[in-house]
Design a binder for this molecule. Structure first.
Ligand code: UD1
Length: 416
């Protein structure tokens, strides 16, 4: 299995270009099932989550063509409405296909999805919302069986603003009979991106990014072409690496608004952040003060997907940082690995209390999930000596050219 070997302690200087957002591209790929015309998505990241989503779509009988970082999807010959266990287990986003499969085929059989092991990840909100759209759901033998005669618009209140459920509802309701209102939806930029592509394809959706989304069912969608938003979590990961290692990094092709919850914190600390139209420049001397208390929250709050990376930074801040994980139950798999590197962290329920130490030291550590793995790389970049980060297949689910990008910035990192 591949691993990274990192010799820490190098300052980072240079530029990084951010690719299309993983969490946008995955649901955008699912829109191809809503039309029998081609859907073209540009700037797709070359990561295993995208490869696995394409595999699932090909298994449904669709044609997927890659031209550099553009993916062209054609579902005109689609013949299958089943997502088997071996494909679904690789990717939680297989769940997003439920809404579009039902719109297209009126029937779907989907194995329970996989994804990062970051605590209980129920799908009750997805299922309840789909039922409100007149869809019948039965759960048996590890599969979810869905069927519907006619999807009917509904007034849906979400108990939690789930990103995936909001996306599923949008794709299930886009051609429903009548109007659907989603109250308390997720407000993430990826939801707005999905609305934008669906509207280009002929949908009538408004309100994404606000507290109410309204979907007027249309008869048919046509093909579309789209450049997804850039990956705010990748950008945030490089920003945190820059903050902790010291140096100066220019992060290109990113909407600074999308990660203001991070840059505002770093800016108030000892980093200097300059945000321009589509770039962020960070310069840092590498030793920050404690960030106080940071709580993960739904957008525009601090993203849970940057919690682990921020913890790696907090390990070497001056003073104590308290990190509260409000979104997922047990998203602290990176803590024991950081402790192996000399971090002083105590977990109390959903809170991690991180007492900054002068320096971490290299160790043999294991990535347990995608973002936790990225956090270990950040910790290793700033640590004294050699770190081996094992099981980097988790990291490769979501970061394109991670080691190359970091090496170009001056990090000593190799993949073996
Ligand atoms: C998406 C992102 C993921 C991010 C997460 C939260 C993608 C591909 N993944 O995941 O990177 O960490 O948003 O920002 O976009 N919940 C339920 N029942 C449900 C659905 C969710 O209780 O039916 C709970 C979850 O357990 C979690 C919270 O709602 O506590 C948020 O989850 P959700 O927004 O659905 O996350 P995902 O869409 O899976």
């Amino acid at each position: 299995m591949s691993k990274y070997i990192i010799n820490g302690g190098k300052k980072l200087y240079g530029k990084v270009n951010i690719n299309g957002a993983k969490n946008s591209v995955l649901p955008l790929l699912a829109t191809c099932l809503l039309t029998d015309e081609p859907v073209i998505i540009h700037n797709c990241p070359e990561i295993s989550d995208v490869r696995n989503m394409c595999k699932i779509i090909v298994n449904l009988g669709c044609k997927v063509t890659h031209e550099k970082d553009t993916i062209i999807l054609d579902s005109s010959d689609m013949f299958c409405n089943e997502i088997p266990i071996d494909l679904a287990k690789e990717l939680r986003s297989s769940l997003f296909l439920m809404g579009s499969l039902l719109t297209r085929c009126r029937k779907a059989k989907i194995a329970y999805p996989g994804g990062c092991d970051i605590g209980l990840r129920p799908i009750d909100i997805h299922l309840k919302a789909l039922q409100e759209l007149n869809i019948k759901i039965e759960e048996k033998y590890g599969y979810i069986y869905c069927s519907v005669d006619k999807i009917k618009g509904a007034d849906i209140q979400l108990d939690i603003p789930s990103v995936g459920a909001t996306e599923n509802i949008m794709m299930a309701a886009v051609m429903a009979e009548g109007k659907t209102t989603v109250r308390n939806p997720a407000k993430e930029p990826e939801i707005v991106d999905l609305q934008n592509l669906l509207n280009k394809m002929g949908a009538k959706i408004k309100g994404a990014g606000s507290s109410i989304i309204e979907i007027e069912g249309v008869k048919k969608l046509h093909g579309g072409e789209h450049i997804p938003i850039s990956d705010r979590i990748s950008a945030g990961t490089y920003l945190i690496a820059g903050a902790v290692c010291g140096g100066e990094i220019e992060i290109n092709n990113i909407n600074p608004e999308h990660i203001f919850s991070l840059t505002s914190k770093l800016n108030k600390n000892s980093c200097k952040i300059t945000s321009l139209n589509d770039k962020i420049i960070i310069s840092s001397d590498g030793r920050l003060n404690s960030l106080g208390k940071v709580e993960t929250m739904y957008y525009p709050g601090f993203p849970t997907d940057l919690q682990a990376q921020l913890m790696a930074l907090s390990c070497v801040c001056k003073g104590t940082t308290k990190i509260v994980e409000n979104i997922f139950e047990t998203r602290f798999n990176h803590v024991p690995e950081l402790i192996k590197m000399g971090a002083d962290i105590v977990v109390e329920g959903r809170m991690a209390v991180v007492n900054g130490v002068d320096r971490l030291s290299g160790a043999d550590v294991y990535a347990k999930d995608l973002r936790g793995g990225a956090a270990l790389v950040i910790a290793a970049l700033s640590a004294q000596g050699l770190t081996t980060v094992n099981d980097i297949y988790h990291i490769e689910r979501g970061y394109e050219n991670f080691e190359d990008n970091l090496a170009k910035l001056g990090a000593e990192i190799i993949k073996v």
